[in-house]
Design a protein around this ligand. Structure first.
Ligand code: ATP
Ligand code: MG
Length: 570
């Protein structure tokens, strides 16, 4: 397939020379940025907020919150005090101590950020939950983690099986009409002191417990520690390219790792102004947020870009998006067609980044100073050693598809899978951390995602990654999204089957199927053209917006679909 090249044009990115940075990278040099380099005392919330408030940045806006017409802003000094108050509430009224699991289950609001930072100031391990979780998803996670305290809102409280969770001691409710058996956050917050002694921690002490998206099976409880901040900071500087005057918006919910590593930690460790937008997705709301808050750096996901693309290009022109200077994507493979669209409507490159809950921070990235090859995830973050290996741990040569793996030892790597050591151990072949994703590396060192290892299709002796076919499919003007699976076939081993949702205004006809099949056959390869196509109103997705191919497969084979607690069933 023809590769589109997008040259680097930024004259002054934070990281100017990738090759030099790789050669000279030294994690201990990065550590010098932190106050604990001298003191040995760690606390993520302190490094994110208090340190800036105490070093002349107190009056700088740390947080813009926007939800419809409602807008509020907080300086670093105000956020320091607000999180101190929240810490006092959690410590004094809910009895939170270092190491406790404190869960947060609420829609994005300023209080979510106050209480998350407050819990971190006490040294608690925070467990953020996405607001759309229903009872089973909430129960599974609280049970698995032995959560002691949960912070929620009156709307979401009914989904927490409060009396069924032996470890759960206190429920903190943010909102009106709080019953006497629970802690009334707003009331306690009002009278709480805005001073708090931060709990000093060790670099290996717990920070956050994130459950994975559940794309491939039951979500895993991934534990990250304080030391992860080294990589949050440097990837924020190099990859997000955060600078003094930037206004940065990450669209991910803090219930997913992107919403904390890059929605909280990376921007604030870099002292940037961070934007949080509440409410539901709509093209108007999103473009409106960029325009109204003068967002300069925007980090989102392929599913959102595809929806914006589907909404048409006219709507883009109704907004002034000229503040934008840097756009990034994560979560799913970024189709070349989407990068092309980004150039057309924003006149900016969309920089793909690859990483996982388990890796804690960016691993394979497109940097502002690098040329981008449309459809490639880019190259390893300086300090990360990546390779494509076979199942025995041998490195494969260029252009061979295999396991995407990294040498263990980067700072933000997970430290355990909660209560599942065997699962943790299963990630490793010797020194290699094996991602579970399939990819190849080209001669120039760019990595190309092919699919989840389990999703790679073996058809008539050929190994095909579903991503390439899906990317070709979304190039077709009628196709909004596509999920491709291998369907068992007695002759070919597997055949390629595509599930497709159509863009508005297209009719699901057999002629269209035939046209789409031909489009892939002529534009990609005959063996990659889906032998079967099924149109769907919408594709099954996780709540973090990823297409769930295992559900497509289960539908196809009439098998149980497994854990669906994180499926978006709106
Ligand atoms: P689970 O582990 O529960 O099945 P999940 O793997 O979707 O769910 P996450 O940790 O949220 O959970 O997602 C990481 C995965 O997302 C990666 O392993 C990869 O498959 C996919 N992914 C993330 N970013 C990219 C990207 N830039 N390109 C391709 N795939 C990506
Ligand atoms: Mg995973």
């Amino acid at each position: 397939m023809k590769v589109e090249l997008y040259e680097a044009t930024d004259q002054n990115p934070n990281l100017k020379d990738y090759d030099e940075a790789v050669k000279h990278h030294d994690w201990s040099e990065v550590e010098k940025q932190f106050s604990w380099y001298e003191t040995g005392k760690y606390n993520m919330a302190y490094e994110c907020i208090d340190r800036h408030a105490e070093n002349g940045k107190g009056d700088k806006i740390a947080l813009h919150y926007k939800n419809g017409d409602q807008k509020s802003s907080y300086t670093f000094e105000e956020l320091k005090k607000a999180s101190n108050k929240a810490a006092n509430v959690l410590k004094d009224e809910a009895g939170v101590v270092k190491g406790d699991r404190v869960f947060i289950f609420m829609a994005r609001s300023p209080e979510l950020y106050f209480s998350l930072l407050g819990a971190l100031k006490i040294g608690a391990i925070v467990g953020p939950l996405f607001e759309a979780f229903m009872e089973k998803a909430v129960r599974d996670r609280l049970e698995n983690s032995d959560a002691k305290v949960i912070i929620t809102t009156p709307e979401l409280l009914p989904r927490i099986p409060v009396d069924d969770l032996p470890s759960l001691e206190k429920v903190v409710v943010v909102g009106d009409g709080v019953e006497a058996e629970h802690i009334d956050f707003n009331k306690s917050y009002e009278s709480a002191s805005d001073e708090f002694e931060v709990e000093w921690l060790d670099k290996e002490d717990g920070l956050i417990l994130h459950y994975t998206s559940g794309s491939t099976g039951q979500p895993k409880g991934v534990l990250h520690v304080q030391h992860a901040m080294v990589q949050h900071y440097i990837s924020g500087k190099y990859v997000l390219d955060l600078k003094e005057d930037d206004v940065y918006w990450c669209t991910a919910d803090p219930g997913w790792v992107t919403g904390t590593s890059y929605g909280i930690f990376a921007p604030w460790l870099n002292g940037a102004t961070n934007v949080v937008v509440g409410g539901r997705f709509s093209p108007e709301a999103w473009y409106g947020a960029i325009q109204d808050l003068d967002v300069t750096i925007w980090y989102s996901a392929p599913t959102a870009f595809r929806m914006l693309m589907g909404a048409g290009d006219e709507i883009v022109n109704e907004f002034d998006l000229s503040s934008l200077r840097h756009v990034l994507s994560v979560g799913e493979p970024l189709n070349p067609e989407v990068v092309k669209w980004g150039m057309k409507v924003f006149n900016l490159r969309i920089h793909d980044t690859w990483w996982m809950t388990e890796t804690g921070a960016h691993m394979i990235v497109n940097l502002p100073s690098m040329d981008i090859k449309g459809g490639s995830m880019g190259k390893p973050l300086p300090g990360v050693e990546a390779a494509i290996i076979d199942d025995e741990g041998n490195e494969l040569p260029a252009n061979r598809m295999g396991n995407l793996a990294m040498k263990s030892g980067w700072p933000s790597m997970m430290r355990k899978i909660w209560k599942n050591d065997a699962k943790y151990d299963s990630y490793f072949i010797g020194d290699w951390y094996v991602s579970g994703d399939s990819a190849y590396k080209d001669e120039e060192g760019y990595y190309w995602f092919q699919g989840r290892v389990d999703d790679v299709i073996m058809t008539a002796g050929e190994r095909v990654g579903p991503f390439e076919i899906e990317s070709k499919l979304v190039e077709h003007p009628a196709v909004q999204e596509a999920g491709v699976i291998g369907k068992p076939d007695p002759i070919r081993g597997e055949i390629v089957k595509a599930f497709i949702s159509l863009r508005e205004g297209n009719e699901a006809t057999d002629e269209l199927k035939e046209e789409i099949r031909k489009f892939v056959k002529e534009g990609l390869a005959a063996h990659a053209a889906p032998r079967e196509i099924e149109f769907k109103e919408k594709l099954p997705k996780t709540r973090s917006g990823k297409i769930m191919r295992r559900v497509l497969k289960a539908w196809e084979l009439d098998l149980p679909a497994g854990d669906l607690s994180s499926m978006d069933d709106d």
